[in-house]
Design a protein around this ligand. Structure first.
Ligand SMILES: [Zn+2]
Length: 510
């Protein structure tokens, strides 16, 4: 802007001040009168700012302002100027002038920093620079930012952009490097400001905001919710079988994408920009909301137990992954696939948790399940996880049954179920070498330990013990891992209980 501009005729400039800045200068102004209108909104805006310069305590020639841009709206044209300090843009240092369609200024929003403060800032900057010569590079600043974000950002953290800025700290600007950073695992986006001279992280701003959606789910399934084991796949499932829930952590773009689950592998997945995912069975979207809600919730529980690195990433789920009555976790793609034969597998949260159990173990011990006993422990753990998580929701007679809703299409037992947690099977005489059947030996042990120690203690020990296993572990290895985990976590307080369970099953020697 040329100094000549301050000579524009200002006339009887008047303005109503509605609010003040922390520096005591006018912040929000309305009823602006006396600025000569023109057909060029930028020109008009400059006239208004020049007329206000003394009141705003900025340089009268507007030499530290740069036109940032104009934006049109139904109200007119909004003209924004950016403040510069020693050549760097002042973060948050803006003034916006609103010009109506007739070319009159009708309101002004000022966040500029007064000259006096800028002078003080320059002096302090020079002092800091004298005390520690040299300047941080972007690379060095990034290292500081990474340290400051800690575990919130994973190894995938990268710099999207960097810029030198003048960042007000307690109102007084300091020269800083602004970094825009993105991490894909876990997902996150930040703005981090690092002091150009000292390398100190001055501010961190999280850019990615979570949103909460609405969902309607079975929790875990209609047989449990209604305590009705006569239900069939063809039954008209009443409203009482459903629960309305919050879907937490959604990225907010209308898709079921969150920190622990994504349905991106489901063909034609549901999109609801209002984040209202309340559907009923029969709609594919219902099962998408099911997997999102249940996996998200159990992962939050696992983290609450203290496991912050066990599958702390969005797992991809395809709810129509196969047409038979089966589901699987793929150790190759690390994704989940649910079957649609019989009752849709993803309509029964116990089946969802069972499959998620495989993903958990594979995350803890890649390739878990190379021996048949290890495979059986995998099946047994999935059943245990589902049974343990929902036990308190269930009527007593259903508590030891896993997959009671899934089971209605093939089970002739009452209650119908996929498998039980209270089998009397003994090792080695009842071993069949079929992993699901043998899994009932393992899950029954875990179920007994849970009964003796309580859900939280048992769940924590079981998950912790996996880290001690090899992909081809035996039942005895698994039992000893539980004893060791208890020694580490509980000073061995539960050794006798744990060993007792495995000795009675025939897995450990007396
Ligand atoms: Zn399985």
């Amino acid at each position: 802007m040329s100094p000549a501009q301050k000579q524009f005729p200002i006339g009887n400039f008047r303005v109503k001040v509605e609010a003040y800045t922390e520096h005591g200068t006018p912040r929000r102004m309305s009823n602006v009168e006396g600025v000569e209108a023109s057909r060029d909104p930028v020109k008009t805006a400059k006239r208004a700012v020049a007329a206000l310069a003394r009141k705003l305590r900025i340089a009268a020639d507007l030499s530290d302002l740069k036109l940032e841009g104009t934006r049109e709206s139904i109200l007119g044209t909004h003209v924004t100027f950016q403040q510069l300090h020693d050549g760097l843009p002042v973060t948050g240092g803006w003034i916006r002038v609103d010009v109506d369609k007739a070319g009159n200024v009708f309101s002004i929003l000022n966040d500029l920093i007064p000259v006096r403060v800028l002078k003080q800032a320059s002096q302090e900057q020079a002092k800091r620079q004298a005390a520690s010569p040299g300047k941080y590079t972007v690379k060095e600043a990034f290292a500081e930012a990474r340290k400051a974000l800690g575990r919130k950002a994973g190894p995938s953290l990268t710099v999207v952009s960097s810029e030198k800025v003048s960042l007000p700290v307690k109102g007084v600007p300091r020269q800083a490097i602004k970094l825009v950073l993105v991490s894909t695992k876990p997902r996150g986006e930040w703005k981090v400001y690092v002091d150009l001279v000292t390398g100190k992280v001055l501010a961190k701003v999280r850019l990615l905001k979570d949103a909460t959606g609405k969902g309607r789910v079975f929790d875990p399934n209609p047989v449990v919710a209604l305590d009705d084991s006569t239900l069939k796949d063809s039954s008209n499932v009443p409203d009482a079988a459903y629960r309305e829930v919050d879907l937490q952590g959604l990225e907010g773009k209308g898709l079921l994408d969150g920190p622990f689950v994504t349905t991106r592998t489901t063909p034609g997945r549901v999109k609801k920009t209002n984040l209202d995912f309340r559907f009923r069975r029969g709609k594919k979207a219902f099962t998408e909301a099911m997997v999102y809600f249940h996996i998200d919730r159990v992962q939050r529980y696992i983290q609450d137990l203290g496991f912050t690195h066990v599958l702390n990433r969005p797992i991809a789920v395809n709810v129509v992954g196969q047409s038979d009555d089966n589901s699987h976790y793929s150790p190759v793609t690390k994704d989940l696939f649910f079957g649609t034969g019989g009752v849709n597998d993803s309509e029964d949260a116990e089946i969802i948790l069972h499959e998620y159990g495989h993903a958990i173990q594979d995350a803890q011990v890649p390739g878990f399940g190379r021996s048949s006993e290890c495979g059986a422990m995998g099946e047994g753990f999935g059943d245990y996880l589902a049974g343990s998580f929902f036990a308190e929701h269930k009527p007593a007679r259903l508590r030891a049954c896993v997959g009671t809703w899934d089971g209605v299409s093939y089970s002739h037992d009452d209650p119908p179920c996929l498998r039980r947690l209270d089998s009397k099977k003994k090792y080695p005489k009842d071993v069949t070498d079929e992993v699901h059947d043998d899994g009932e030996i393992w899950s029954a042990c875990l179920w007994e330990i849970r009964a003796a120690l309580g859900a939280r203690t048992a769940d924590k020990l079981v998950i912790a013990s996996h880290s001690l296993l090899s992909p081809a572990a035996s039942f005895a290895d698994g039992a000893n891992a539980l004893v060791t985990a208890d020694a580490q976590l509980n000073a061995g307080k539960n050794k006798a209980v744990i060993r007792g369970v495995f000795v009675r099953r025939g897995i450990l020697k007396k």
